[in-house]
Design a protein around this ligand. Sequence first.
Ligand code: ADP
Length: 517
Amino acid sequence: MFEEAQHLLEKYFGYDEFRVGQGQIVSNVLERKSSLCVMPTGGGKSICYQIPALLLEGTTIVISPLISLMQDQVDTLLEAGISAAFINSTLSASELRETMENLQEGRYQLLYIAPERLESPQFLAELQTLQVPLIAVDEAHCISQWGHDFRPSYRAINRLMSIFEEKPVVLALTATATPEVREDICRILQIPDANTVITGFARNNLSFSVVLGQDKDRYVKDFVKKNVKEVGIIYAATRKAVDHVYDVLMKAGITVAKYHAGLPEAFRQQEQTRFLKDEAEVMVATNAFGMGIDKSNVRYVIHYQLPKNMESYYQEAGRAGRDGLPSECVVLYASQDVQTQRFLIDQAQDRERIPGELAKLQGMADYCHTEHCLQQYIVKYFGEEDAEVCGECANCKDDREIFDVTEDVQKVLSCVIRMGQKFGKTMTAQVLIGSQNQKVISFGLNRLSTYGIMKNMTVKEVSNFIEFMIAEDLLSVKQGNMPTIFVSEKGKDVLLGKVKVQRKGVIVTRQIAETDP
Ligand code: ADP
């Protein structure tokens, strides 16, 4: 049957062969093994269920939250000569009736359904009589509370799975899954863990960098001007920041578009179209922009502010270079952006999810402070253990001299211990530089032997060094209203002199900005 699958790949889609991972998933499905497919955006997830749908008797159901994309996907399939349809809220009553009739007659090989539909028992009853060999769950992370886009209606997929006489194979697909989300998906959709296929998270044409401690407005202005002939996206965390960056670029004479949920629908549409048609060089947007945007020539994605987690970051940054040409992904880091994200997390989430979200935010902050390969950091985050260094990111290219910073690390660690491991980063930095800050004095921290032992540095520099230590897992963070730091196991080894620590450049603020591409 697999040979037949390869033949259909060529016949309907014109591709010579399956990509890594696709072949594995397709044969799993054909062997009736429910599976989880974790592949980056643009990796080719659709083929994984479209090809089996052509080979299996009956109608494959595809659950997808992206209503705006369903029409496109169905059109593409129809053009290729594959019978397909969708059911979502955009259909009129008569269109819906017609689709249901065709469905009952078995006319479709694929049927796309918005998850909300599954909450209607009446709708499920109408599906019950169908022959459904496969249920594909697109954006499967939406089923997990731990995912970054939890949708309660996804839980109704379980009901769908149980209504058929013969149990359909389930194929869950996602681009963003940390180990805990993966476990959740497998548990809820009853997929054996062993049937998880993770592939190709490395995007070799993307070069990553993190810029610390720079004038961000100047940075984006210079960057965009240096790349005038190219198209890019600048993401900001808040609507206010989007408006601000938009104004900065406008005033610099750049043709810029903007997009956030606070703008009128018609205006947003117009801006999106301008960007898609290359009439605007830069799109400045919140994360409301981009879902389902397939623009291949985006040459750079800059995050003006830190995103809330690595999942969002890689999804957004991954919109660069979909055509395979070299493209850049830059994060502009400032520690107050972590505060902004903490605030947003605190506002929006139900209380139970806050600790998990904060831990993810820490993962994002660690990315900004690691000195190891950035691509490798990302790929490892998504579960590919044996990733290689990319050789292209700012850290790989950072050839500054390496210094032994063991002694400085020990100073910080012993200060943290003397402070009872119950204070945050900034307070610790203040004690180390010997600040006269009222709080430091009132807690009596100026009487500690470690008070002022780094007095040749600024609070910012020491805070930055502490962030580096967190990213290196020498210090851990206890999340809460006021996050505090404590010495990790690895940190204890450094205190005992068992392990040495090295860092590139001196301990002052890193300047890894590489504005010239
Ligand atoms: P995803 O859903 O993972 O984001 P898509 O299914 O939209 O990705 O596929 C991304 C692109 O890769 C599409 O343009 C698709 O036609 C192309 N593609 C998928 N599989 C193959 C293949 N085996 N060979 C060549 N191109 C492929």
